[in-house]
Design a protein around this ligand. Sequence first.
Ligand SMILES: Cc1cc2nc3c(=O)[nH]c(=O)nc-3n(C[C@H](O)[C@H](O)[C@H](O)COP(=O)(O)O)c2cc1C
Length: 248
Amino acid sequence: MPFEENRQFMMSAFAESVHQRSDQARGVPYPALQKPLPEGENRLIDLPEPDPRLTRKTDFFQLLKDRQSWRKYTPESLSLEELAYLLWSTQGLIQEVGQGYASRRPVPSAGARHPYETYLAVNRVEGLEAGIYRYLPFSHQLLFLEVSSTLPALLTEANLGQKFVGNSAVCFIWSCLPYRAEWRYMDHAHKNMLIDAGHICQNLYLAATSLGLGVCAVGAYDQAAMDALLELDGRDEYVVYLAPVGKI
Ligand SMILES: Cc1cc2nc3c(=O)[nH]c(=O)nc-3n(C[C@H](O)[C@H](O)[C@H](O)COP(=O)(O)O)c2cc1C
């Protein structure tokens, strides 16, 4: 049958007793839920606390009806407050559980493993230099990684010519660190990690809609080019999903 392996991958294998064989069961210490800071001096940017007064639409039913994918953005910038609200809504920390073993966030994650990091390709955000950043959920800060004045062209190319990605005010890019979930679920982890990504992006859609901003999920990208843009090794950390955001 065609695609047999991929179809199998979508099925649940949890009837097998995965927990008895996992690194968690063998007492291997749990992996960090936030990628450590690079060595040396880092430029950290404190983000404003998420402010619910920013929301323009508060009727939940209307929000669901209004959610849609937007691929045209105005040249306006996002404010840092709007960006902070979106970051918190997708991956912000509500509560640390068990001294860093797990965390509670606005999105669910299988086993509370939260295996994603959020990178930003910033083109137009008030107060931020254009470039690449990483969100630090545990301190609600941004880590500045790299300046780039050619992001629009790079993003368009790395997204197979989808110009709206390069034209966005900011592009959310989610990388997966699979060991965070493999530690607990081994070979059963990967299906659930993909489902986790869907939850994150749905929260971005809903939060952005509530602020009057546009988003479009993107799964069609060049894996090697996106990993290279973020300087990821493509093995222990790699891009899985992204979503440009802009004013509409
Ligand atoms: C997993 C996933 C991947 C997607 N990838 C792309 C993409 O690469 N390019 C694009 O233009 N839209 C992409 N989309 C957006 C869909 O085309 C869009 O959700 C669909 O057409 C329904 O439209 P709506 O979101 O406005 O309801 C993707 C959506 C999802 C959920």
